[in-house]
Design a binder for this molecule. Sequence first.
Ligand code: KIV
Length: 270
Amino acid sequence: MIKTNYTKITTKTLMRMKSMGEKISMLTSYSYTLAKLIDSAGIDVVLVGDSASNVIAGNRTTLPITLDQMIYHATSVVRAVERALVVVDLPFGTYQADSKEALRSAIRIMKESGAHAVKLEGGFEVKESIERILQAGIPVIGHLGLTPQSIYKFGTYAVRAKEKTEAHQLIKDAELLQELGCFGVLLEKIPASLAKTVTSKLKVPVIGIGAGKDVDGQVLVLHDMLGMTQEFHPRFLRRYLNLQELIVAAVKQYNSDVKSQDFPNESEQY
Ligand code: KIV
């Protein structure tokens, strides 16, 4: 339920939403046109996710997308958004090697795209990078659980942190992210009970994807929830449209109208 009408969402607004028990809505976008639509529909946070690597470029993983490509997507999204907070993923290889490179990458995103915050994957292992980015005044949200940039370490996209040791480490990492000054934590594909524990322990908002309902907000990949992608159907994905079917039907109709010379008609010409 919407409790307050915010004209502009900031990291502070998200904190207030958590304290008031108002759930935070987040969706991905990589383009001007779709970002304009989801912003006008009242989505609180637009994530320029590195899932663009899969969804837009057709790669099997998020690893190949570059910083320049992320900045291109982010710039298009920022041009469209008036109300939402725009968060941009730091792509694989731009923040893990050392903290100075991480800061340079984050600065490029903020300066060149005009986005409001960055997201990166990992906990303790990227502590120094997070610290340096935060020291420069750039808001950071951490991403734990299933972290797709580590897919070759995990070997599978299965649910993470089912075992006690991994669950314990995830809680410690989430607490560390908060301690460092992250404005939120995103949890992907972990048991709902673990996500609930993390959410109750943290003061900063916890956003979930495949992490159950007891978190402070939800995120989905826009193309998945609109049914534009069909090959991906995890249990957590609710499809609100079958856009693939609608698009294919419309394109077939157009194709047939062109062939039959039904299009354009008298009123569709000059
Ligand atoms: O890149 C992305 O779209 C993400 C979401 C899956 C949370 O990180």
